[in-house]
Design a binder for this molecule. Structure first.
Ligand code: DX5
Ligand code: ZN
Length: 222
C-alpha cells in the first residue's frame, strides 16, 4: 500500500494543530514527526511533551523519526505521548535488538532508519522484526535538501531481500521527495514517502498529495 507521510518539520509550528488538520483533510496515511536532539544531528526540534499535546488534533497515525543519540532512553516517553510507529537510527548509541524490543513492548510498531552512508547490509539481521525500514535520501537534520538518487540501489537491495524472505515490510524514503523523485523512489521499491517542504510549500496541498499518490501507485515496483 502506498502511504504519504508529510514531515511536520516543514509546517508552520505556530499553527501546528491546524497544519495537522490540513494534512488529515488532504488524505495522508501517516504524520511524520522529526525528533532531533542537536547531538545526533546538528538541529533541535521537539520532544515527547509536544507529541502528547498535538496527538489530540488528528487521528492520523504518528510516524515518529528519532534522530537522537540514545533512542532507547525515550521509547517509553514517545510511546505514551502517542507514537504509532517509531524509527530509530542504527547509527545511534542504543543497542539495536533491545531498542526494537522496547518499542514493541510499548505496543508501537518498530522501524530502523539508516543514514546515506550506512549500507543496507547492517539492517539485514533485524529485518524480520521490523514493520518498516526508513532509508534517508538526504543527510538527516534539515528539510528542503535535494534527493540523493544514489540511495535507490539501497532501496532495491532491501526490497529484494523483503521479497526473498516473503516479508510484509514497508520501505520509507525520507528527504527531498517531490513530484519527480517520488516516481524514482517508487520504481526502486519504496512504498512510504516522507515529504516536508514540497507538500507544505504547495499552493494546493490536497492536489499535491493526490498527485504524489497517483505517481507512486503508477510506478511502484513491489
Ligand atoms: C530530515 C528529516 C526529513 C525532512 C524531510 O532529517 O528526517 O523528514 O524533514 O523534509 P523534505 O521533504 O523537505 O526533504
Ligand atoms: Zn524524517
Amino acid at each position: 500500500m502506498i502511504k504519504i507521510s508529510p514531515s511536520i518539520l516543514s509546517c508552520d509550528y505556530g499553527i501546528m494543530a491546524q497544519e495537522l488538520k490540513c494534512m488529515e483533510d488532504c488524505g495522508v496515511e501517516l504524520m511524520h514527526i522529526d525528533v532531533m536532539d542537536g547531538h545526533f544531528v546538528p538541529n533541535i526540534t521537539l520532544g515527547a511533551p509536544v507529541v502528547k499535546c498535538i496527538k489530540k488534533y488528528t487521528t492520523v497515525p504518528f510516524d515518529v523519526h528519532l534522530m537522537i543519540s540514545n533512542p532507547i532512553e525515550y521509547i517509553e516517553d514517545f510511546s505514551k505521548a502517542g507514537a504509532d510507529l517509531i524509527s530509530f537510527h542504527i547509527e545511534s548509541d542504543s543497542p539495536v535488538k533491545e531498542t526494537i524490543q522496547k518499542i514493541k513492548e510499548n505496543g508501537v510498531k518498530a522501524a530502523i532508519a539508516i543514514k546515506p552512508g550506512t549500507p543496507a547490509s547492517l539492517l539485514m539481521p533485524y529485518l524480520d522484526e521490523l514493520s518498516m525500514v526508513l532509508v534517508m535520501t538526504v543527510e538527516p537534520g534539515f528539510g528542503g535538501q535535494s534527493f540523493m538518487c544514489d540511495m535507490m540501489d539501497k532501496v532495491r537491495e532491501i526490497r529484494e531481500e523483503i521479497r526473498k524472505r516473503c516479508l510484509d515490510i514497508d520501505i520509507e524514503v525520507d528527504g527531498g521527495i517531490n513530484a519527480e523523485t517520488i516516481e524514482i523512489a517508487a520504481k526502486a521499491g519504496a512504498n512510504v514517502f516522507v515529504s516536508g517542504s514540497a507538500i507544505f510549500s504547495s499552493d494546493d496541498r490536497k492536489a499535491t498529495v493526490a498527485q504524489y499518490k497517483e505517481r507512486a501507485e503508477r510506478n511502484f515496483c513491489k
